[in-house]
Write a protein that binds this ligand. Sequence first.
Ligand SMILES: Cc1ncc(COP(=O)(O)O)c(C=O)c1O
Length: 382
Amino acid sequence: MKIAKKVDQLKPSGIRAFFDLVLNMKDVISLGVGEPDFVTPWGIREKAIYSIEQGYTSYTSNKGMAELRKAIVNFLYHRYGLNYHFDNETLITVGVSEGLDLAVRAILNPGDKVLIPEPCYVSYGPVVELAGGKPVFLKTDIKNEFKLSPKQIEKACTKGVKALMINYPCNPTGASYTKKELREIAKVVKKKNLIVISDEVYDELTYDFDHTPLSSFPGMKDYVIYLNGFSKGYAMTGFRLGWVCGPEKIIAGMTKIHQYTMLCAPIISQMAAVEALRSGLKDVQSMKKEYMRRRRFVVSRLNEIGLDCHMPQGAFYVFPSIKKTKQSSLNFAQDLLKKKKVALVPGVAFGPSVEGYIRISYASSFENLKEAMLRIEQYLAK
Ligand SMILES: Cc1ncc(COP(=O)(O)O)c(C=O)c1O
């Protein structure tokens, strides 16, 4: 039986391939997987349980429950001054993952090009390819704190470029953009008439300045497909719930695809999400405080033991350089796993030309982080 060429040629996720190895090993400290180590706050879990007890087991509207969409637009208005209509500018998705896929499928014609910063989240290239588009990777590096510059975007806008994918705070580098930096990016986006798919799933985990949604700048609502969700800030990865806000026509297109493929997001998760928004950001902020404590610790330990590491501005990852070791990132990760039983992700998993870096997730207990840093120190000392 033959599978489609496009699928056959697609590389499996570097992260998964690596962590399949880890599954069969004992006593490994895993700093590899990108999800909170906290369980979902109790009030949200309780609401999910209660909604099952009450018999909420049906489909919902394709767009998602109106109550949830209203809660989201209301939250966005008060948090960021965003002004989206709940009924025709908002769609509930099965995580930001589905939002990313729907966005590219809704806007791309075969061969359209999409600018993608590199390193980037593992799904960006593949979803563009599966939608018939062509990823164009724009390199970012430590010299510019792993950020795209407006000039770089403008220069890359050659024939056939239709869209830009951006993610801040960024997985894997933790880089984020200030309001001032985003304002300059917004100018280029308008000048070049780009559609921006803005993945802001880590917005609540921005540490050194306030997060600013790209669509909050005057006139930018018409250019931005704004993606967000509950996975990271609320520690709700298993609920698989996200949302998209954007121009009416694009949301209508994405809803059509969603309706034929996913039908709707799970009702239990939607009810839990209503509770998450109702209960406010107290739990989110206490998790954020703990991530900040770990971030300081991990960055200072890594620099102390000789792996240059910049201070990330958000998410729960650090992205230190391993260039001094003269090993490839895959080699380093495999060897460290074998000799010291610490699992982290080789930089090369985040883009075809990313080398010389590793991603460490600090969504792990302080104890684990302390022990892992010690093991890495011993590994480097040999
Ligand atoms: C940048 C980024 N976007 C999207 C996702 C997927 O999020 P979700 O759980 O909402 O599908 C992740 C998960 O690691 C991520 O890091």
